[in-house]
Design a protein around this ligand. Structure first.
Ligand SMILES: [Zn+2]
Ligand SMILES: [Zn+2]
Length: 355
């Protein structure tokens, strides 16, 4: 299935033969696909070229399908399940406001606060804090900004919110498969936990920049990063056809164990030694920069496997619009769109929903 399908137009495709000497044409006719290879012409079998064209069409179709994650609307009365419910003003207290609803059947009033029940502060304050932190503010600066909105909390409380909601969102998002491309990149960057250097490894889709998996380790060249590679297969539901890395030995060990197979399609490992001013590794460099810029915000990190690092991944994939992706998020490029004015709120609501 790895064959490179060249699209001429909607009904004409070409594929190079596996020995590289011939080019076969695959044409859509009223009788189905016709291929110019010997298997098809003389033996009349449905050849691998036709399968390859069908497969590539299937792939494009599936990327065109967008999976939407939408804000949760109330579907009925909390008490009697009646569907005739109207909005009836806001419930205000010193920590913010919530939409109130009234049931036309049982007359009771209620608020819906999915994901934020029993929180002292309202969804706006909490999600604003999360956004400020992941877009580069320190915990202390975030607390100062929230004060302007009338939300008075300590930076420890903000850390707890991020911790709690990142874990919640992570569990939910792991069940959604991003439609990533077939070439992935891997790299590491360092940060500090209580003054000690640690490495954050990332595996990322080259085309969409979707950050597929991460792992934190103590060392740079010999950390066993197979767990990250295993995780990436689970998340993406497939292996890449090409893995691009700098030449660090542990990448190759993990590639051999987790991606390499004797059978086709084989994953190639492209060891790309980084040179100064090299444009080819730009994408990873940019992500490194993106996270290194946050080093000051990461000073608050307390533990090695802190969920806050997963929060960076969620922010990178689902929230932040990337200039290089023409204002889209990597998730949108992979067919997943988070709707609503407040994407954090949409994600938290969906993560809290019990089906
Ligand atoms: Zn053929
Ligand atoms: Zn009711």
């Amino acid at each position: 299935m790895q064959s490179n399908v060249i699209r001429i137009d909607d009904i004409n495709y070409e594929i190079k033969s596996s020995n590289g000497k011939d080019v076969y044409s695959i044409l859509s006719t009223e009788l189905g696909w016709v291929c110019s290879c010997p298997d098809h012409m003389f033996r009349g079998v449905k050849c691998k070229h036709v399968y390859a064209v069908e497969f590539s069409l299937e792939l494009r179709k599936s990327v065109a399908e967008i999976q939407k994650i939408e804000p949760i609307n109330i579907s009925g009365c909390k008490f009697c399940k009646s569907e005739t419910v109207v909005k009836c003003g806001l419930r205000k207290n010193k920590n913010g406001q919530l939409q109130k609803f009234q049931c036309k059947d049982c007359n009771r009033c209620f608020t819906i606060n999915l994901g934020f029940e029993r929180m002292k502060h309202n969804p706006q304050g909490i999600t604003t804090a999360i956004q400020l932190y992941f877009s580069g503010e320190s915990l202390r600066n975030t607390a100062r900004s929230l004060k302007l909105l009338g939300v008075e909390v300590s930076h420890q409380t903000i850390y707890n919110w991020i911790d709690k909601y990142t874990s919640l969102m992570e569990k939910y998002l792991e069940k959604i498969t991003p439609k990533v491309s077939t070439a992935w990149r891997t790299d590491e960057l360092y940060f500090k936990v209580k003054g000690n250097k640690k490495y954050l490894y990332a595996l990322m889709d080259d085309e969409t920049r979707f950050w597929i998996a991460q792992q934190v380790a103590e060392t740079k060249y010999d950390a066993d990063i197979r767990p990250m590679f295993q995780k990436s297969k689970e998340i993406a539901g497939k292996k890449p056809l090409a893995l691009i890395s700098d030449g660090a030995p542990n990448f190759h060990v993990a590639y051999n164990k987790e991606f390499y197979t004797r059978a086709n399609p084989r994953t190639k490992h492209i060891r790309h030694i980084r040179l100064q001013g090299d444009h080819n590794n730009n994408k990873m460099e940019r992500m490194n920069g993106e996270i290194r810029d946050r080093e000051k915000t990461m000073r608050g990190l307390k533990k090695m496997d802190t969920p806050i690092l997963k929060g960076f991944q969620i922010y990178h994939n689902y929230i932040r619009e990337h200039e290089a992706l023409k204002g889209q998020t990597p998730a949108e490029k992979c067919g997943i769109k988070v709707e609503g004015k407040n994407k954090w709120k949409t994600l938290i609501e969906n993560a809290s929903k019990k089906d």
